[in-house]
Design a protein around this ligand. Structure first.
Ligand SMILES: Nc1nc2c(c(=O)[nH]1)N[C@H]1C(S)=C(S)[C@@H](COP(=O)(O)O)O[C@H]1N2
Ligand SMILES: [Mo]
Length: 388
């Protein structure tokens, strides 16, 4: 028998996974994953670029470690869920709206454009996020800015998509997987086959997302380290902590006459390393929690920043700018908000896990503060400046 070539219609894709019952459930899971990813990403952005109204608590000490772990792992879970969802709905690309109703046609085209924006933006976020976690930047733009801007595009397009699909999706979610029509009488053999096909597809999608999370969660959940073959960072760096930027890469040379400089409006003081070491020390277990999702706890020993300021006669209760010996580099300095600067667990650390800080971990001293992104835990500190 000869067929004339023709454009397919959705009826040409009979697999049970191409069902609104499947698409709506995957959409719901994906919505939860994207929602978690967006909220935790927004928090991370605000912590690094705080608007005036924003404050981030210093306790629990692992708070940022948890929110950023959720950010990266929900993004990883979203990758297989998004692929499954696209598989489930792609036959709808071949829906042909009636051409004779121009209003419906233009609404249809607008809706399709918003879906295109959603899919492209979502892929952009997931792929750039994955590359960032792998510390690979095969592109010309600055990752944090682009990743943040496109996140808003995803949220906008997603809200529009949810609004448009709400009637269909909520009906589909209320329909049990076994029947296509709620009012249907006794199920036929074909229904049974379809329903087990739909279940199998959903189970596989959830399973793949679960395995992806387990295979990577060891980067931040210590008791999962042994079951996470794809964890991109572990506790195996020098002194038990990975290093993102080495002293050599940052071209750090500690001058033999290194002194810590403390500056405030109307005053200035300095301390030698011997003087710092002679001050009362505090030891605390605090995590390094990188924005890339990896995190490791360690025992840090040093002088609380608030004690240093008091001793120098500088005012407290204000933000403090922490600068390093690095002359360039994006992370050469960071600002402690007033709450973090005043927290007794915010240390200028001299030792980690009982040893003097190695050059790569920030010798002669580094900042380590509770509930703070790794990128703001400045190494090779040279200067503290109390801001107004
Ligand atoms: N001066 C300086 N401090 C820095 C960085 C840097 O590039 N320069 N990198 C930061 C980042 S991104 C992280 S995750 C932590 C890593 O700390 P570690 O090398 O002790 O593990 O240091 C932070 N402190
Ligand atoms: Mo980092």
């Amino acid at each position: 028998m000869k067929h004339k070539p023709r454009v397919p219609t959705p009826e040409d894709f009979p697999a049970p996974s191409h069902s609104p019952l499947v698409a709506a459930r995957l959409g719901l899971w994906l919505g939860v994953a994207f929602g978690l990813c967006f909220v935790t990403g927004l928090l991370s952005h605000y912590i690094q670029h705080p608007p005036g109204w924003f404050t981030w608590p210093t306790r629990p000490v692992n708070l940022y470690r948890v929110t950023q772990g959720v950010h990266v792992l929900s993004g990883i879970a979203a990758i297989p869920l998004l692929l499954g969802k696209l598989w489930s709905v792609y036959p709808r690309l071949f829906v042909r709206p009636p051409l004779r109703q121009p209003i419906r046609l233009s609404a249809h085209i607008l809706e399709r454009i918003s879906v295109l924006v959603l899919v492209c933006a979502a892929f952009f976020e997931l792929v750039t996020g994955l590359f960032n976690v792998a510390q690979s930047y095969p592109w010309g733009f600055f990752f944090p800015t682009a990743h943040y801007a496109v996140a808003w595009l995803v949220v906008g397009a997603l809200l529009l998509h949810i609004a448009v699909k709400l009637p269909v999706a909520s009906a589909a979610l209320r329909t049990p997987l076994r029947r296509e029509d709620v009012g249907e009488a006794a199920s036929t053999g074909r229904d049974d086959r379809d329903s087990s096909g739909r279940r199998a597809f959903l189970r596989t999608s959830a399973g793949v997302a679960g395995v992806a999370v387990l295979a990577t969660a060891g980067v931040t959940v210590p008791w999962l380290r042994r079951v996470s073959p794809l964890a991109w960072r572990s506790a195996s760096g020098p002194q038990g902590i990975p290093i993102n930027r080495t002293a050599a890469a940052a071209r750090i040379v500690v001058p033999p006459d290194w002194r810590l400089e403390i500056v405030w409006p109307g005053g200035r003081g300095t301390l030698s390393l011997a003087e710092l070491t002679a001050l009362p020390q505090r030891t605390a277990e605090l995590p390094i929690a990188c924005v890339e999702g990896w995190s490791v706890s360690a025992n840090w020993t040093g002088v609380p920043v608030v004690q240093l300021l008091r001793r120098a006669g500088a005012p407290t209760g204000r933000p403090v700018r922490v600068s390093s010996l690095e002359t360039d580099g994006l992370y050469a300095a960071s600002t402690l908000p007033a709450a973090h600067a005043g927290d007794p667990l915010t240390l200028l650390a001299l030792r980690v896990n009982g040893e003097e800080l190695s050059a790569d971990h920030g010798y002669p001293c580094r900042l380590i503060a509770p509930s703070r992104p790794g990128v703001l835990q400045t190494k090779w500190v040279a200067r503290l400046e109390v801001l107004r």
